[in-house]
Write a protein that binds this ligand. Structure first.
Ligand SMILES: *Cc1c(COP(=O)(O)O)cnc(C)c1O
Length: 410
């Protein structure tokens, strides 16, 4: 979003026009930012066999999936429904990775029947998988390298208490299960959390996977997961992707020589690809001055963007209706009937009732975590693509809210 002659625009389109056309609250995504992020990550690595697998749980609108597919990406899914969506978006089965956690073997069988790459993260399911398929269906293994990483405990997945992955300390047991069932392991995977700042964390994890790789002779790829930190607040640091690409990419090429085969290096970013590409535009319903605080109450809430309340996440807020107004302090809150705060003590250009505010970095885990709490409709979604604003999801209606309810005789 740029401020051009006092008017906020995305891809050359004034944001207030978008809000007028599609109403608020509305999620708006800029396809060109997704493409920029994809290219930045690809270009940071010196490896010729490099693949980005989009972790689609961040944002699953079918148009976004298609756009990312057209960039040349693979896709990472965590449920059978995400697998089905990916197929609908046109991904080929060999480009779909299915990385579930704590699902029933039946769901894994369904994924095998569809033909996608399976990534297994516990020994019990791996054993059942081995009994069913032996060496007829190659499988990837998710290793937990036991590295404490990530923005906070809710989004850290590689530590000792985490439910994710097969512990690196169980390697010997893992080898036994693989050998006795004659399972073909074609990939090793790790994903140690979200909002990881330090490239060293990835390098340490990678060394652990390289070590584990000695036990598996038929690998075709290694997947180092994701968790790249993006800039939420203007003061935030971000993962240095160039440094990571240089160091890990070089080390990976060395490893391939030792291993004796050129493997594919994979990453599966969600946030890194789509976070900055998205904004949530909301309208100010009321300015409410209490004894201690000036609240700006808007026509949205944690039902549409839960990250501030769920993860204490900071989302930058701008008043796009009054770029030249004097700056004042506001606490921006939603319309949900419980404490529902988007931002405390924010310095904003004077907010008047009716002004449009925008929450930045709303592309990842925004719409995909939204709900109908308080029986509110979910917002519309708009994609800016080739200079046009296109509606990619309509706003809900009362019919949508009632669609799955069954009225009985009472
Ligand atoms: C959620 C998830 C990701 C994406 O994490 P981001 O922090 O959004 O990049 C990648 N891999 C797996 C297995 C995940 O569950």
């Amino acid at each position: 979003m740029e401020l051009v002659n006092g008017i906020y625009q995305i891809g050359g389109i004034p944001v207030l026009d978008i809000c007028k056309e599609f109403g608020t609250p509305v999620y708006v995504y800029d396809a060109s930012i997704i493409e920029r992020q994809y290219n930045k990550l690809m270009n940071a690595f010196p490896n010729k066999n490099m693949k980005i697998s989009y972790a689609c749980k961040a944002l699953t609108n079918i148009n976004i999936l298609k756009f990312i597919k057209n960039l040349g990406a693979k896709i990472d899914t965590v449920s059978i429904q995400e697998v089905q969506l990916s197929l609908k978006a046109g991904f080929e089965v060999q480009n779909i990775m299915y990385t579930p956690n704590c699902v029933n073997i039946d769901e894994i069988i369904r994924a095998v029947d569809l033909g996608v790459q399976i990534n297994i993260d516990n020994i019990s399911i791996l054993e059942q998988f081995g009994h069913l398929y032996g060496n007829t269906y190659p499988v990837c293994i998710r290793i937990n390298p036991h590295i404490m990483a990530g923005g906070n405990k809710k989004i850290s997945t590689g530590h000792i208490d985490s439910k994710f992955g097969i512990s690196i300390y169980q390697l010997r047991h893992l080898e036994r299960v693989v050998a006795s069932n004659n399972i073909k392991i074609n990939g090793l995977h790790m994903h140690t959390g979200s909002d990881i700042l330090d490239a060293e964390v990835f390098l340490r994890g990678a060394e652990i996977l390289f070590e584990a790789a000695r036990s598996f002779k038929e690998l075709e790829f290694m997947d180092f997961g994701s968790g790249f930190k993006v800039k939420y607040s203007p003061e935030d640091n971000t993962t240095d992707i160039e440094e990571l690409g240089e160091k890990l990419g070089t080390r990976f090429n060395e490893f391939c020589k030792e291993y004796g085969r050129d493997l594919t290096i994979m990453f599966e970013p969600g946030k890194y690809l789509v976070s900055e590409s998205g904004w949530l535009f909301v309208r100010t319903n009321v300015i409410k001055q209490t004894t201690s605080t000036v609240f700006a109450g808007v026509d949205s809430g944690q039902n549409h963007l839960i990250r501030p309340m769920m993860y204490d996440a900071y989302h930058h807020i701008t008043n796009v209706s009054n770029p030249n107004g004097i700056q004042r302090i506001y606490t921006v809150v939603g319309y949900i009937c419980e404490t529902d705060t988007f931002g405390w003590d924010r310095k904003l250009n004077e907010v008047r009732e009716g002004d449009i505010l925008v929450l930045h970095n709303a592309g990842a885990y925004g719409y995909s975590m939204s709900s109908n709490y308080n029986s509110r409709y979910k917002p519309a979604e708009v994609l800016i693509h080739n200079g046009k604003a296109k509606l990619i999801r309509r706003r809900e209606t009362m019919e949508d809210l009632l669609a799955t309810q069954v009225e009985v005789e009472l």
